[in-house]
Design a binder for this molecule. Structure first.
Ligand SMILES: Cc1ncc(COP(=O)(O)O)c(C=O)c1O
Length: 391
């Protein structure tokens, strides 16, 4: 079966956060969900659940725990028990719980920037101090074209650690810069956390959205001593385009860490809703969903290549990343001659909503994040609008 990712869907009528914040004249390429239908088995599972017509409290299906443990074994060669998996209504909620669970008020939480905004707000929401290390970026040659490529700056990371730092929140693959970190980089991160006795939270929400030869590596799979201090967060939400259903999972082998998370969540964090479990189980267990994912990846890869070609051909004043993973591109507009707030410029002059890079913290000023999880015609339209606005 060939899935039609070119089909344009009117999402304004569906309470979409992405499509309903701005007026009809604005093309939304900001919030990180995709403009594609989810795979049919997920929709069928939701219908089946609705057909029972009773919506009482839920309980994580044992089958879902087993499927997730099996997936970790086959994809990461990491053996975990089904009861090492906990469920959360969202990863942002997970980031906040973890900041609250680890250390004491006033302790430090280490993050790389630029990074997905809740990495910057969760620590301070929970009375922790933010320790920020900027990523390093260089221009690399990609078949004769310059691309922005990011690396972890390990010196900056060490320098940002204070005697009170207790937790490092890693984003892998990294939103917004699109890097899926290599085994060598991840081993170095593991060593750093061991050396400084840091708990490692690895947000891997984009783990199933890698492109080309890139393979996602879960840092906890690399060594038992890393797994022992790591909380791995994943979800079917980005991959299968179901973030509105609020079902995500935490893999935690260390019992004490699990207990600390449970305590921090108690009485505040609601259950995952029934629909989320039904969708998650279908997403992870139905072979048709895997087939859909592979075709999605081919489409997203072609969108990424379309975008980089477009920038090379029509936007000489702009540089972009060529992401290894995610459907998010990070455009460098620092030499595009835009004055004032970039997001406002894009909204008013280009009639496109991108995320303002400055919101992603240190190193984000002068950049915008563009979501290319959309039909190619939509992507082309957004790029044309930017091109005309830049002149
Ligand atoms: C790295 C990362 N973590 C978490 C989230 C959001 O997770 P959730 O919707 O499950 O709260 C996103 C969404 O873009 C993300 O990019």
């Amino acid at each position: 079966m060939n899935y039609d990712f070119d089909r344009q869907i009117d999402r304004r009528a569906s309470d979409s956060g992405k499509w309903n914040v701005y007026g009809e004249e604005i093309l939304p390429m900001w919030v990180a969900d995709m403009d594609f239908e989810s795979p049919a088995p997920i929709v069928q599972a939701l219908h089946q659940r609705a057909d029972v017509q009773v919506f009482g409290y839920g309980r994580p299906p044992m089958k879902l725990r087993e499927v997730l443990a099996e997936r970790m074994l086959t994809r990461q060669n990491w053996q975990i028990e089904p009861d090492n998996v906990s469920f959360l209504p969202g990863l942002v909620c997970g980031l906040n719980i973890i900041c609250r669970a680890i250390g004491e008020p006033g302790d430090g939480v280490l993050v790389n920037a630029p990074v997905y905004m809740p990495f910057l707000s969760a620590p301070t929401n929970q009375g922790r101090e933010l320790n920020v290390a900027e990523l390093a970026h260089t221009l690399v040659n990609d078949n004769g074209h310059q691309r922005v490529r990011y690396e972890i700056d390990f010196d900056a990371l060490e320098a940002a650690i204070t005697p009170r730092t207790r937790l490092f929140i890693l984003c892998n693959p990294h939103n917004p810069v699109g890097r899926a970190y290599t085994k060598e980089e991840l081993l170095q991160i593991g060593e750093l956390c061991i050396k400084h006795d840091l708990v490692l939270c690895s947000d891997e929400i984009h783990c199933d959205l890698t492109m080309g030869d890139t393979q996602h590596i879960s840092v906890a799979s690399l060594a038992p001593e890393i797994a022992d201090r790591t909380i791995t967060l994943q979800a079917p939400s980005k991959t299968f385009n179901i973030p509105g259903l609020g079902c995500s999972e935490a893999f935690v082998q260390n019992k004490e860490l699990r207990a600390r998370m449970d305590k921090a969540a108690a009485g505040i964090v609601p259950h995952v809703n029934l629909m989320g479990y039904a969708a998650g189980l279908a997403a992870y267990s139905d072979p048709e969903c895997e087939e859909w994912r592979l075709q999605l990846l081919a489409y997203l890869t072609a969108n990424r290549d379309f975008l980089t070609d477009y920038v090379d051909t029509h936007l000489p004043q702009v540089r972009t990343t060529a992401p290894d993973a995610t459907y998010l591109a990070w455009l460098d507009l620092r030499e595009a001659g835009v004055e004032g707030n970039l997001q406002t410029f894009c909204l008013e002059e280009a009639k496109v909503a991108f995320n303002n890079g400055a919101a992603f913290g240190q190193g984000g000023e002068g950049f915008v994040r563009l979501n290319y999880g959309c039909p190619r015609a939509t992507l082309a339209e957004g790029l044309d609008r930017l091109r005309h606005a830049l002149g």
